[in-house]
Structure formats: C-alpha cells, structure tokens
Design a protein around this ligand. Structure first.
Ligand code: DQA
Length: 152
C-alpha cells in the first residue's frame, strides 16, 4: 500500500506557442537558452525540490486545453507559459478556471514593459501566481512557489 503524503509532488509544465524556437527567437527578450536548455534547468531545480515533473511544448491552443484537462488530477500544480495566448485566449482562461489544480503563469520576458498588447493577461486572474521578466528563472521561481505552497 502506498501512503499518499510520502509520494513526490507532481508538477506539469506547459510551454506554449513559439517557445520551441527559444535560443534564436528574440534573445534580448527571451534569452539565449534553447528550450532543451531551459528544460534542463527546470529538471535540475525539480530534482533539488524533489518534484516529479512532466514537460510539454505545443503551438496549439486546443492541445493546451486538452492537456490541462488530462493532467488536472495527476498534477499537484501546473506551470504554464501560454505565450501569446496569454493576451487573448479566453478558452485557456476558462480551462484554468475550470480545474481545481493550482496553475502558475510564467513569462521569460517582462510583459509589462513591452508592446501595449502584452501587458494584458487574460489568464492572470485565474492563476494562483504570476512570475515574469527573469528568463529561465521565472520558471524556477514558479517551482519554488509550489514548493512553499504544497509543503507549507
Ligand atoms: C512570453 C511573452 C508573450 O507575450 C509572447 O507572446 C511569448 C512569450 C514570454 O515568455 O515572455 O510567446 O509568454
């Protein structure tokens, strides 16, 4: 018999559209790390914090929604960088609002100091927290947030 409280906490990480191009995509905003390197840093941090993690990247809005639904019971927490969907996807907002799992929004860049349209996040209000502007460290801060939240 397994004792639930001794199990590793599980975090699901979703990278949204165009984040597969990290490394070459606008390095000033997003940094020089490729997505593989970003994921390596995330995995290292997750090991330190004793989290079990799954990471996916997709360019498709519906797939993000399907994955939020599918992983909602598996995950103790979800970290999402919705990319440009952040600024207009009410469907992703509704998906986040519809699941009980806490979701944290992250951005590599500082969305509040860029083009006007980026300063509006339609997903922020239904997320438990938002970390932005620190490149890969935004994701690492999200993992630390879950470490504090899930372990008190
Ligand atoms: C982003 C910011 C968004 O405005 C942009 O569309 C992205 C990446 C970020 O991580 O800074 O694709 O979410």
């Amino acid at each position: 018999m397994t004792i639930k409280s001794n199990e590793k906490k599980k975090i699901f990480i979703v990278h949204g559209p165009n984040l597969n191009l990290l490394g070459t995509r606008d390095p000033e905003q997003y940094g020089t790390l490729t997505l593989d390197k970003v994921n390596t840093a995330i995995r290292k941090k997750a090991r330190e914090l004793d989290f079990e993690i799954r990471i996916i990247q997709t360019n498709h809005e519906g797939r993000i929604i399907d994955l939020l639904h599918r992983r909602r019971k598996w995950a103790d927490g979800i970290v999402i960088n919705p990319g440009a969907f952040t600024h207009y996807s009410y469907a992703i907002r509704d998906a986040i609002e519809s699941i009980q799992t806490p979701v944290v929004e992250v951005h590599l860049s500082n969305i509040y100091e860029r083009e006007e349209f980026r300063s509006m996040s339609v997903t922020k209000d239904v997320c438990a927290a938002q970390f932005y502007g620190k490149k890969v460290d935004s994701y690492l801060e999200a993992l630390e947030y879950f470490c504090n939240r899930l372990r008190g």
